[in-house]
Structure formats: C-alpha cells, structure tokens
Write a protein that binds this ligand. Sequence first.
Ligand SMILES: [Zn+2]
Length: 242
Amino acid sequence: MNRSLHCFGRVVVAAFFLANGCGSPSSSGSLQPGTEVQLIGEEEGFGKIQTAEGEVGYVPLGMLKQRNTAEAADADHTHAIVHATDFYDIVPSEPIASPPPRDRAAIDREQHTLNALFIGEETGREVIAPRNVHYFVVNEETGERCWRSIECIHPDCPGKKKNGRPHYVFFLVAEKPNEEEPPIECNACLRFRDVDRETPLEKTEWSRYVRPYELPETLRRRGELDDERRRFVEELRKTHAD
Ligand SMILES: [Zn+2]
C-alpha cells in the first residue's frame, strides 16, 4: 500500500450580510425540490437567495444544498432546494413550523447523499459533491481524482490550518482504492509519536483524532433529518394507536 498525505486549503464559505429583516412572516410562494438558486447571503438561520427568474427572498438554510462542483465548476447557481419550502420576502421574526415529515425512505435517501468535501490529488482544488461514492469523485472538467477529506482534531495538531477551518484538513490517496481501507493517520501528528514502540492501545487513541471532515452544511442538515425521522416515527405510532 503506497499512500501519501497532502494538505491544501480553500474552503467554500458563504458570505454573510447583515441587514434588518424583522417583521411578521411573509411568504411570497413556495419552491420545489431541485430548484436551482443563487445564495447571496445568510441571516439568522435563513439563506437569502435569488431564483433563476430574479426573485430574491429567504428560505431556511437547511433547505439549501450546495451544487455538485465536481460536475459543474462554473454554473449560474450555487445551491439547489432539497425539500419543498416556503419562500419568504423577509426573514420571519417568529419560529416557523417544520414541514410535515416525509417517509423514512425519502429521509434516508437525502441523508445518504448529503454533501462532503473532496480535494484534488494534483491541484488541491476542493470540490463539494454527494458523499455516496467510494473514496473519490472525478472532477468532470479536469479529469482529476478528488479524494474525501479527512480532519485531525488533536488539540495540539501541528498541521497547518487554512481558511479559518477549526482543524487540520487533508486527504488520503490509496493506490488501489478497492483495497481494504488503509489505517488513517495524521502525518503532522507523527512528530509526537514513536510509531514503532506504540502499544495497540496508544495506536487506537491516536486514530480517534482522525476522522472524515464534515461540512457545516452537512452537520446542520443531518440534525434536521434526525429530527424529521423522529417525527415520522411519532406520526406512525399515532396512526397505529388510533
Ligand atoms: Zn494531527
């Protein structure tokens, strides 16, 4: 197994805009799953978006999924809508009700395809794509293999942090991706270790600091999907109790 670790950086961060958008909820219609939109700002848990027709308004951030940049590096949209949602003229001042839960299969399907961060093995270019691939995605524009990003969460990790990321993010290249998953280690932390003399327990402890990096978008949405699944089960129980 011949593998190497690389560190690169450029994180996709949505721009933040400050504005006063308080008032009563005012919906100017709804948007269907798959609708392509441009994210132009974020306010209080809402994304300020522009539709292809030029309409500007707000949807809950969880309804937005970043476009697959391995397929469309340059596109006129940044995000797609993942779930039918109201489209608000201004940021609602009251909490809005969660949409009724979908069935478990639909929730699982979305969960399975949440976005992950991938890093190009030659250029270090980052792409965002659905996570349900085996190790890497191919950047359709350049043909480059982009590997799933890994992070080290050791508090004293000497790995260089970039673009405001809280952790050291790198990726791992396996020569034969179909082989059994190789042990994942942080090369920056190797300077703290005497690998040849470590006990199995010590090796296990080090391996706990290294894990797949998750996009903030994915962490937020996963929590919402867990909540939707819980509500689905509650409704099922209610139906059976009647
Ligand atoms: Zn480290």
